[in-house]
Design a protein around this ligand. Structure first.
Ligand code: HEC
Length: 205
């Protein structure tokens, strides 16, 4: 939460500065996504990303503005390269360079192991990535209407997942890579019922 507030403050300060000086804030040196390796170091506390509705977004190529614009659009759109989207700590979609994978609209799917020490990439790729419950990311996300660029949310045409709002908030608040956050009673209850039926299988050798 604090980190998020800090990021928001910094962003606001940058905008204010640009307005005062009449010039745009310096563009960060962009590594083209084509040559950019994505490693476990690119993942961290998910709440440091930008909240948009139910999920969080970021952009590894310095184009957060366009990522947020598409994520907030009521009519959809195509996410720019570098876009990072997360609903829960362990599952991430990153928009890769054009040509990465036509079948996934150039999204790369990641399944992570997360701990207070950081993130480890358990699985990554395009058409054949499955989450720890055996579900294939693409199979579900491909059901989103074409204009939504495979983002499911709650009303884009995907089959719903059995997570309540409280469960989602509880998972976001208990990301072990983040500073501790306080759960509401309803979120604690939701987390307990979730833990009862989702003990993860042991990691693969
Ligand atoms: C059983 C179907 C299913 C599987 C398998 C699945 N997802 Fe999702 N995913 C969904 C649905 C439905 C939502 C929207 C849930 C909501 O907002 O309540 C979602 C949400 C997300 C979001 C937030 C953006 C959005 O689409 O709303 C990301 C990111 C995501 N999933 C990544 C993944 C990754 C990565 C994998 C594989 C490791 C995966 N998902 C596997 C159905 C699935």
């Amino acid at each position: 939460m604090q980190a998020l507030a800090r990021t928001a403050l910094l962003a606001a300060a940058a905008v204010g500065l640009a307005a005062l000086t009449g010039c745009s804030p310096p563009t960060p040196a962009k590594t083209p996504p084509q040559t950019r390796q994505i490693t476990q170091a690119d993942f961290g506390c998910m709440r440091e990303l930008m909240p948009v509705g139910r999920f969080y977004v970021g952009n590894l190529a310095g184009n957060l503005e366009e990522t947020v614009r598409v994520a907030q659009s009521a009519t959809g759109g195509t996410f720019p390269a570098g876009s990072v989207v997360q609903l829960v700590p362990t599952e991430v979609m990153i928009k890769r360079e054009a040509g990465f994978s036509a079948a996934t609209n150039d999204w790369e799917f990641f399944e992570l192991d997360v701990s207070p020490r950081g993130s480890a990439i358990r699985r990554r790729g395009h058409v054949d990535v499955v989450n720890r419950f055996g579900g294939n990311c693409l199979e579900c996300h491909a059901k989103a209407g074409k204009q939504w660029d495979m983002i499911c949310s709650t009303d884009h045409g995907c089959d719903p997942i059995p997570l309540t709002d409280d469960m989602i908030r509880a998972l976001q608040k208990t990301d072990p890579r983040c500073p501790p956050a306080t759960l509401t009673d309803a979120e604690s209850e939701a987390l307990n019922s979730l833990l009862q039926f989702t003990a993860p299988p042991p990691a693969e050798p």
